[in-house]
Design a protein around this ligand. Structure first.
Ligand SMILES: Nc1ncnc2c1ncn2[C@@H]1O[C@H](COP(=O)(O)OP(=O)(O)O)[C@@H](O)[C@H]1O
Ligand SMILES: [Mg+2]
Length: 338
């Protein structure tokens, strides 16, 4: 029997609630905080003592919680702070300063993974294939770089969960390019990245571990009956709109029909990518496999979605790791961090 731990679950809440709020109502709604609910149930099933803290834009309750309840570890599920994804790293940095063990990626890892240009620069250095790209910062002169080829994908530089990604993100001419950069700068108030579009199958590869890493069985996004000629990408709607997914038959499944050579190659690329960024705990790579069998990393996700129905947990299950075992591994990895 593993040691019973006092675990403080720290998660993003779209509204600030006082310490001790039980989130019973929110957790009971299957469309709401299902990840938090899954993790809480797994922690309880493992015999741990669980307390909950949702944070929106005030960190005072976190200080109080740590001072009063003295958790053995914080299960860090903060995805943003005050509606800003790029402040996710600051929350992990805060936990580092407070000196409480916490799960998942370090602040440094979150910083590097969250910035789609920075991570690509490091991958480039390590000869890991990524799209050719250029960054477009707000307030600076914009022009279409001749060194990039259409079609391109225009994305927010530091965003997650396909926020800001729709079919209009794929552009094939200078006007559409400019319009989309303008949209990200002005409507989303974010810097932008333009990447060459990589045609191919979309795979999700989860990796667990620290010094010893385990690449879990791959998953694939199928774009079903989406019309030929439409770019097959994981837009916001393709990820989160159930009715839209049903309409077009978009779903994520175990990746099939990969030759042994391809599997070895994908495995090798993801291991090298994990080492290149010096990642920890649980990570998910979004990759594209071209018809020629080339493996491109689209992005590395530090602290990816961890609900039972998400890619990491489904891949772990396929590898024979139950959800509870996965959550315990994540705790162990957080506790073993120096
Ligand atoms: N360079 C690219 N080539 C092809 N598809 C891409 C490219 N960049 C992004 N996509 C598509 O857009 C989706 C979201 O992009 P991603 O960089 O993973 O953003 P997020 O962090 O929001 O998940 C990807 O899963 C993929 O389907
Ligand atoms: Mg992604």
């Amino acid at each position: 029997m593993k040691k019973k731990l006092k675990v403080l679950m720290l998660f993003y809440s779209p509204y600030q609630k006082p310490r001790g709020y039980d989130y019973r109502e929110e957790f009971a709604d299957p469309d709401n905080m299902y990840t938090e609910k899954d993790v809480k149930e797994a922690l309880l099933a493992l015999g741990h003592e669980v307390s909950l803290l949702g944070v929106y834009n005030d960190i005072t309750p976190l200080f109080e919680e740590v001072q009063v309840n003295k958790p053995d570890i914080i299960f860090n599920m903060m995805e943003m702070f005050n509606d800003q994804t790029q402040l996710e790293k600051n929350m992990a940095a805060l936990l580092e300063i407070m000196g409480v063990p916490y799960t998942g990626s370090s602040a440094g890892n979150i910083f590097v993974c969250n910035n789609k240009a920075l991570s690509k620069k490091i991958f480039n250095f390590h000869h890991i294939k990524v799209s050719k790209f250029h960054t477009y910062y707000r307030g600076k002169r914009k022009r279409v770089l001749v060194k990039l080829r259409f079609p391109m994908v225009i994305k927010p530089l530091c965003e997650e969960a396909s926020r800001g990604i729709s079919q209009a993100s794929i552009v094939d001419n200078p006007q559409a390019f400019m319009d989309r950069i303008k949209f990200i700068h002005e409507s989303m108030q974010m810097d932008a990245i333009a990447e060459e579009y990589i045609e191919g199958r979309e795979l999700y590869v989860s990796v667990l571990g620290d010094k010893q890493m385990t690449v879990l069985p791959f998953r694939e996004m199928l774009f079903g009956k989406m019309p030929e000629g439409e770019p097959r990408i994981a837009t916001y709607k393709a990820k989160w709109d159930e009715a839209y997914r049903r309409k077009w038959g978009i779903k994520s499944v175990e990746a099939a029909n990969l030759t042994d050579d391809l599997m070895v190659n994908i495995n090798d690329v993801c291991q090298r990518a994990y080492q290149a960024l010096d990642l920890e705990s649980y990570v998910r790579f979004d990759i594209r496999l071209t018809p020629e069998g080339e493996v491109y990393i689209i992005e590395a996700n530090a602290n990816p979605c961890i609900a039972k129905m998400d890619e990491v947990a489904l891949s772990a299950l396929k590898a024979g790791i139950s959800y509870e075992e996965l959550i315990q591994k994540i705790l162990d990895s957080g506790l073993s961090r120096q």
